[in-house]
Every structure is written in structure tokens, then in C-alpha cells.
Design a protein around this ligand. Structure first.
Ligand SMILES: [Zn+2]
Length: 318
């Protein structure tokens, strides 16, 4: 089956080892425009991202990265394409919006924004001809607000019309995944086409199984973010869910960005860091988490299910 990468259609057989939720860049376009090189340097960001992805490919065999950058997270489609070309890593781009209560969305008919997204799914993003391969949806600590309900409706309409699958950012400590699945179901979306992302922040087996029993996939996808959940807990929870028969419904990733301007990150810090030798980068799952899963008793064939088979099945709608 063919799906959309940023360099054109690829067969799902070619996906190989997949990181299901990462970013090349999350960086505010207004700040980029206002402060230029002080906030963001295009060529240097490309250099860093290409080097980090080449390392992931050459040392750990990672062949595909899904970029989860929604339109209002600073998606830069030309940059993603250039990084994919230069690194040799397949990249899948996202359409859709993050959960932010954006003033420019308030009071706007959701059909208006939905039509803009559908157009980029048909004709390409920003006139490039690059088609998105996945839909980003997001609900966070504020839950399903009036705007968020509309944004989930938009993601649902795009899903039904394009048949693209959905990655839904969730806030696991608020257990928003259940509400998100309720909304998608109400809107007529087949829940097997949905990943409830960031579920790996939770170790609550009851909550995670309540999601899985609805037929969705769950994203165990913030490896390296110890503030949200430790490596050991993340590994133990995956192992426990494998023991309970859910191995075919989990996908792994980091939610890493080569450059992100959030919180205490800054361009100066990123640029001057030892960015090819970070502890947390696109290789942490393979370097740190997989050895622990194998120690616990998973086999290499189980790891292949998590890293290769599940992403492929998800894209193929199986
Ligand atoms: Zn993300």
C-alpha cells in the first residue's frame, strides 16, 4: 500500500523501523520572522537535524520518522523535505491543528478551517505538492473545550474524507484519551485509525486498557522525558501490557525535536550544545529502552512488532 512521505508516495513495505511521533522543528513562525537569526537559523537547524537523523539511521537502522508538527506548532514543510532528502530517512508530515485556544480560530466556522486542511491533503502543503500522511489532533489539560470539540470534529472530517490515520496528542494524567475516543466515535471515525499519543506518560494499567479495549493504538512515545515518567516505569508498563496481550497495539517514539523553542530551550542553547551526542535524541529508544525491554524478557521478534509491524499495520488500517 502507498502512503505519503514528504518525498512522494512510498510503499508501506519500505517503512522499516519507524519512530511514530517526533518533530524536526517546533518553532514559532512569528518569533522566527521577528527575531530572525537570534531565534532560528534555517541552515544550521538543517545541519543539526540531518546529522542526528543520519546517526539514527546508520547506527540504529531507523528508516522512517513521523513528524507530528501541526500547522500551529510551526510546521516548516520545506525544511522537513530538505532534512529527509539529506538524511535519507523517510519522513511523514502532518496536517491538522494543536490544542491551543488560538484567537484566530475563535468564532470561525470550523468548516472554513477544515476546507483549508482538506485542500492541502489534496493539492499539497503550501503549494509544494507535498501531501500529509497523517492527521494531528490534540487535547490537553483543558480537556474537550468548545474549540477543542470543533478541532476534533475537523480531524474527524479529514479522516473520513482522506482516510489518513490520526495521531491524537493526549494528557494522560487527566485521562483525556477516553474523551477523545468518545468524540472520534461520535463523529464516526473508526478508532483503529487513531493513536492516543503520549499514553506512555501513564502507568495506570486500568486507564491504558480502557483505551486499548476501544480498538485504538496507544503511543508509548515520550521516551527520554523522565519528568513525565521514568525510563524504568515506561519500560515496565510496556512489558506489563505485552503480558496482557496488547503488544500489537503499541507504538514507540520520543517526541524529540532537533530544535524546539519551548520553555527553557533556546536557539543559543541548542546551537552550542554537543548536539550529536545528546542523551535524549532520535536514538534513545534503541540505545536505552530496547535493551531494558529485552532484559525483562521480550524477544527481538517482539521488538520488531513494536518498531516495524505496528506502524505499518497502523498506516495500512489493519
Ligand atoms: Zn509531539
Amino acid at each position: 500500500m502507498q502512503i505519503n512521505s514528504v518525498l512522494g508516495p512510498i510503499d508501506t513495505k519500505e517503512l522499516g523501523s519507524v519512530l511514530m511521533h517526533e518533530h524536526v522543528v517546533c518553532c514559532d513562525w512569528s518569533m522566527r520572522m521577528a527575531f530572525r537569526d537570534k531565534w532560528f537559523e534555517y541552515d544550521k537547524v538543517v545541519e543539526i537535524a540531518v546529522a542526528q537523523l543520519k546517526k539514527a539511521k546508520e547506527q540504529y537502522g531507523i528508516t522512517t520518522v513521523v513528524d507530528g508538527t501541526a500547522v500551529n506548532l510551526g510546521r516548516d514543510i520545506e525544511l522537513i523535505r530538505e532534512v529527509s532528502e539529506k538524511s535519507g530517512v523517510h519522513m511523514i508530515a502532518s496536517t491538522g491543528m494543536y490544542f491551543n485556544e488560538e484567537p484566530y480560530l475563535m468564532g470561525k466556522p470550523i468548516e472554513y478551517v477544515t476546507d483549508l486542511m482538506l485542500e492541502e491533503c489534496e493539492k499539497g502543503i503550501e503549494g509544494t505538492g507535498i501531501l500529509p500522511g497523517i492527521i494531528k489532533s490534540a487535547t490537553d489539560v483543558y480537556g474537550v473545550t468548545e474549540l477543542n470539540e470543533n478541532l476534533i470534529y475537523m480531524a474527524s472530517e479529514i479522516q473520513k474524507k482522506t482516510k489518513l490515520p490520526v495521531f491524537a496528542h493526549s494528557c494522560s494524567y487527566k485521562e483525556t484519551g477516553i474523551q477523545q475516543l468518545n468524540e472520534f466515535e461520535r463523529n464516526g471515525v473508526d478508532l483503529s485509525r487513531v493513536i492516543i499519543g503520549h499514553s506512555g506518560d501513564s502507568n495506570d494499567i486500568n486507564y491504558l486498557e480502557a483505551l486499548l479495549k476501544r480498538g485504538c493504538y496507544i503511543g508509548m512515545d515520550r521516551f527520554g522525558d523522565d519528568a513525565k515518567n521514568s525510563l524504568e516505569n515506561r519500560v515496565n508498563t510496556i512489558y506489563e501490557l505485552c503480558q496482557r496481550g496488547w503488544i500489537h497495539k503499541m507504538v514507540l517514539s520520543h517526541d524529540f525535536s532537533a530544535y524546539i523553542d519551548w520553555a527553557d530551550h533556546s536557539w543559543q542553547k541548542t546551537k552550542t550544545a554537543d548536539w550529536l551526542n545528546l542523551d535524549v535524541d532520535y536514538t534513545y529508544v534503541h540505545r536505552r529502552a530496547i535493551p531494558l525491554l529485552l532484559d525483562k524478557g521480550l524477544k527481538q521478534s517482539d521488538i520488531d512488532i513494536l518498531i516495524k509491524d505496528n506502524p505499518r499495520n497502523f498506516f495500512e488500517g489493519r
